[in-house]
Design a protein around this ligand. Structure first.
Ligand code: FAD
Length: 288
């Protein structure tokens, strides 16, 4: 098995303790040599400044290739593009461009009257600057707002055609879900890389709730497995084994890149990477 390329997603810290946790996560995972790390943008545009600060700090101090998430929620076009310009000015030229979810309590996405109406408009505007490598979100289990799986893939194609060069997927629980999606994308003429999003399960109840909100299908066997593991207090062991197995099956099917949702907790992601043969890269700089 060839070790895949990897990338890690973090979220911006909201207080001092969370900042230490993020730094610890970065220090644990950076030696694994990620292709890039990304920093999320809070739902409803809530962490705009925190994301900007975390992106600039990571870019300036970690030596990692940093990608900033950016959404269209609650902002005019000018405000959104100003944030992108700030990223560029800080030396960050990779953006994960998203429509975004509405703020808590809102019924659905309502574009700002002077804002981007959808992700395609945002991608077109970012691409027109010529300054960014653009990644977008993709949904192997279908986005809850999509009319059907075909319409979801047609929309993904529009995002790629608008100027994105890669898609990162929502998490999923079974390899077949991703492989079917990858085949359907290829059939629809999408030739940009589709990178599976991998969520090591830190907390089963939280993951299950999140999956329900995202429309991610939860297999019955997984419910059973975690019910038993909770009884025997071995959830971490199960999570590591399941995640490693999921990644191995994807790699066996030709997947060469994985994007890990770390939730700013490094241990499970690190253990899975080690099990996949991805080990720390010590550079001369480190030992000198
Ligand atoms: P889109 O793909 O533009 O739209 C979602 C779906 O709705 C589409 O798949 C399509 O089926 C349908 N749709 C939307 N508009 C149209 C249209 N005009 N015509 C036809 N169909 C349409 N959220 C955050 O708030 N911050 C983050 O940092 C963040 N990071 C993410 C990272 C990844 C890798 C992923 C997969 C998701 C992330 N999200 C984040 C969640 C994301 O914001 C939500 O899933 C949101 O509901 C959709 O955003 P999108 O850009 O994927 O939307």
């Amino acid at each position: 098995m060839t070790a895949p390329a990897i990338s890690f997603e973090f979220f911006p810290p909201q207080n001092l303790e969370a900042s230490f946790r993020l730094w610890d996560t970065v220090q644990t995972l950076a030696p694994l040599g990620p292709r890039f790390v990304s920093v999320t943008y809070g739902a409803g545009g809530t962490t705009r400044d925190l994301t900007r600060d975390a992106v600039a700090t990571l870019h300036g101090s970690s030596g990692l290739n940093v990608a900033a998430h950016l959404t269209c929620v609650n902002a005019t076009r000018a405000e959104t593009l100003k944030i992108a310009e700030d990223f560029a000015a800080a030396g960050v030229s990779e953006i994960v461009a998203l429509r975004g979810d509405p703020p808590k309590g809102s019924a659905g996405f309502e574009p700002h009257p002077e804002g981007f109406a959808n992700s395609v408009e945002l991608i077109e505007a970012l691409a027109a600057t010529g300054k960014f490598k653009i990644r977008v979100g993709a949904y192997p289990d279908k986005h809850p707002e999509a009319a059907n799986a075909r319409a979801d893939i047609d929309w993904l194609k529009r995002k790629i055609d608008a100027g994105a060069s890669e898609a990162l997927t929502q998490f999923f629980f079974e390899p077949e879900t991703f492989l079917r999606f990858r085949d359907a994308c290829a059939k629809a003429g999408i030739d940009a890389p589709i990178i599976p999003g991998i969520l090591p399960i830190e907390n089963w109840k939280g993951t299950r709730n999140f999956a329900r909100r995202c429309g991610t299908e939860i297999p019955a066997w997984l419910e059973d497995a975690f019910a038993k593991a909770e009884r025997d207090d071995r959830c971490d062991l199960l999570a590591t084994a399941l995640c490693t197995e999921l990644c191995s099956e994807l790699i066996d099917e030709g997947v060469d890149s994985l994007h890990f949702y770390t939730l700013n907790r490094p241990e499970l992601t690190r253990d899975v990477c080690h099990a996949l043969g991805i080990t720390p890269r010590i550079t001369l700089e480190n030992v000198a």
